[in-house]
Design a protein around this ligand. Structure first.
Ligand code: ADP
Ligand code: MG
Length: 580
């Protein structure tokens, strides 16, 4: 008798196309909802899912780290209003991906993580099965909705419901626990066909009440010093024309949160981007459109004028009054809310003091000139600092406004955000609400795939380290992504002085001599290492023109950049000097 080492219970392959598997049904379910791009990292038990996707004409993007595949899916969701899809294996792959799904939920990006999972009946009995983990209950507190599929027949319904959950109301991350028994199940194709259905109105919206709209309009039109604050929820909603109409018809100055930059032009006549403090201190009415009054806005307290009246447009009722009382909540979908507001404004005139806009414009002019002088001065420095590099990056990106800008780091984030004006909606993606590091390569890939546009990622050297290996993914799929690393040799900076007083590497120190461009070389990409503005200009222009993957290591001075960038105040206490 012949001996065998194979598992005697392995069933024979189904007879395709008469028979299909749960894995095939999963791919088909996504395709029928128009979700054609999937980001992931395969292995047991989901490898065949990716083959099936490719077989039926979907695009599968294989990553080196699940977290980055998840960041790609999240960015895809933010930029398209359709859920981005992440496919992971069980246990650690699931957990690696879950970081991105949780981050998407916090940022209100729609995405669906689908993870292979062990047989739940074995997990529940703690039998110690392969990659055993109760993934469903692990994911649940971190996502907007979670489903578990234990039968192939449930897969089409789970995917459709996950889609609806991800995009309706406040968008967020959704988890589907795709168990091995469901994936493995073999069905007749004719039976499987009966499971698919076309969900009606899968992204249905809810309108605010007329009285909420009238209240908001009354407060806005009677303001003496009004302003509009735009958040990434406003950018996400894709209601660009309505926002433009409201701002331009009624001449209301606007301030954009980081990812809302470009929704209205940063350098526009009504832009008050440089007057943030003045607006906080002096405006009497601020209409908040798709932004949360959280830590990034000092919770609406402190500097904010205590007599200020907030109008807040948000799809999520629980956002209202979260940190500061809202005088006029307008709860509903952004598009419907703005339509109703614009209709109610017709024939009304703003009572705003004309001096208010004039003074903001004068302040912007002075501040912008000062800012430009700072960049011009920095351009002369050798070695370079962040501002020197940005004196080159700014004009190049501003003359290519359709490039999607990905941005993370500490000083690299703050200074790039402050320097580079944006002119088009949804062209800036950064570390967002949690202010996390480690979204760069994933987001760059998601942006390139979702938009088909060129992408430039401006990365701190530390920030790049979290996702750097997925530069290989950019190369494998030949995406038009240029990665620019501001290399100052450390977290915050690379001065190498250890405040603890010892000889060990400072916890913030990385490697000022690292040649990150060699990672480009390793994967066949164009790459440059530059240490002056002239070479940086040539490299960045060539990279953008080529439309090919490119990695540029920009050598900065090790003392360029300060501890914690602009948010040093969030350290629990000022740092102790242990060297005394
Ligand atoms: P930012 O970080 O730019 O301030 P936030 O992420 O804090 O923006 O806030 C975005 C807000 O937009 C969230 O409160 C979210 O509920 C809301 N939002 C997202 N999509 C929509 C939509 N389609 N309609 C209305 N509000 C939305
Ligand atoms: Mg915010």
């Amino acid at each position: 008798m012949a001996t065998t080492t194979s598992n005697p219970t392995t069933p024979s392959a189904p007879k395709f196309p008469e028979q299909v598997t749960g894995m095939y049904i999963l791919a088909e379910s996504l395709k029928r909802l128009g979700l054609m791009d999937v980001y992931g990292l395969v292995g047991i038990p989901v490898t065949e899912v990716a083959y099936a996707m490719q077989k039926i004409g979907m695009n599968y993007y294989g990553f080196r780290f699940e977290q980055q595949a998840g960041m790609a899916a999240a960015t895809h969701g933010y930029l398209t209003k359709q859920p981005g899809v992440l496919l992971t294996v069980s246990s650690l792959g699931f957990l690696n991906g879950l970081t991105a799904t949780a981050n998407a939920t916090i940022n209100c990006y729609p995405m669906i993580q689908i993870s292979g999972a062990s047989d739940p009946t074995m997990v529940d009995m703690n039998m110690g099965t392969y990659e055993q983990l109760d993934q469903f209950n692990t994911a649940k507190p971190l996502v907007k909705a979670a489903f578990r599929c234990s039968h192939a027949k449930d897969i089409p319904s789970a995917v459709a419901r996950a889609y609806r959950a991800a995009v309706s109301g406040r968008p967020g991350g959704v988890y589907i626990d795709m168990t091995t028994p469901a994936l493995a199940e073999i069905m007749d194709a004719s039976e499987a066909e009966k499971l698919f259905f076309e969900p009606v109105d899968i992204a249905s919206t809810v309108a605010p009440t007329q009285s909420a709209v009238d209240r908001a309009v009354e407060i806005l039109t009677s303001a003496k010093r009004p302003a509009i604050l735009l958040g990434k929820g406003a950018a996400y909603a894709q209601v660009d024309d309505k926002i433009k109409e409201l701002i331009e018809t009624y001449k209301i100055p606007y301030l954009s949160m980081s990812m809302a930059k470009g929704l209205m032009p940063d350098n526009g006549e009504l832009s008050a981007l440089s007057c943030r403090s003045t607006i906080m201190e002096q405006a009497d009415v601020v209409m908040v459109i798709g932004a949360r009054i959280n830590w990034m806005l000092s919770f609406g307290r402190g500097k904010w004028n205590p007599a200020m009246k907030f109008i807040q447009l948000d799809v999520e009722p629980q956002e209202i009054d979260r940190n500061v009382p809202i005088a006029a909540p307008v709860v509903g979908d952004m598009g419907q809310s703005l339509d109703m507001i614009l209709a109610a404004m017709k024939g009304k005139t703003m009572q705003a003091d004309p001096q208010w806009l004039a003074s903001l414009q004068a302040e912007s002019k002075t501040k912008n000139a000062k800012f430009q002088a700072r960049l011009t001065d920095a351009a002369k420095l050798s070695p370079m600092n962040h501002w020197s590099a940005l004196s080159v990056v700014k004009p190049i990106l501003e003359s290519n406004p359709d490039i999607v800008l990905i941005n993370e780091g500490a000083n690299t984030l703050d200074d790039t955000r402050d320097s580079v004006d944006m002119f088009l909606p949804r062209h800036r993606v950064d570390c967002a609400t949690w202010s996390i590091m480690g979204m760069g390569m994933g987001s760059a890939i998601g942006a390139a795939v979702a938009t088909g546009k060129k992408v430039v990622a401006i990365e701190g050297d530390s920030a790049f380290g979290f996702s750097g290996m997925d530069f290989a993914t950019i190369c494998r799929y030949k995406l038009p992504v240029t990665v620019v690393i501001f290399n100052n040799g450390g977290i915050y900076n690379g001065i190498g002085v250890n405040p603890s007083g010892g000889d060990a590497p400072a916890p913030t120190t990385l490697d000022i001599n690292a040649q990150y461009n060699k990672i480009g070389e390793a994967f066949g990409a164009d790459n440059y290492r530059v240490d002056n503005v002239a070479d940086l200009k040539n490299a960045l222009e060539a990279a953008i023109a080529s439309g090919k993957p490119c990695l540029i290591d920009v050598q900065l001075a090790p003392d360029a950049g300060k501890e914690s960038g602009h948010i040093g105040y969030l350290n629990p206490t000022p740092l102790i000097d242990y060297t005394v």
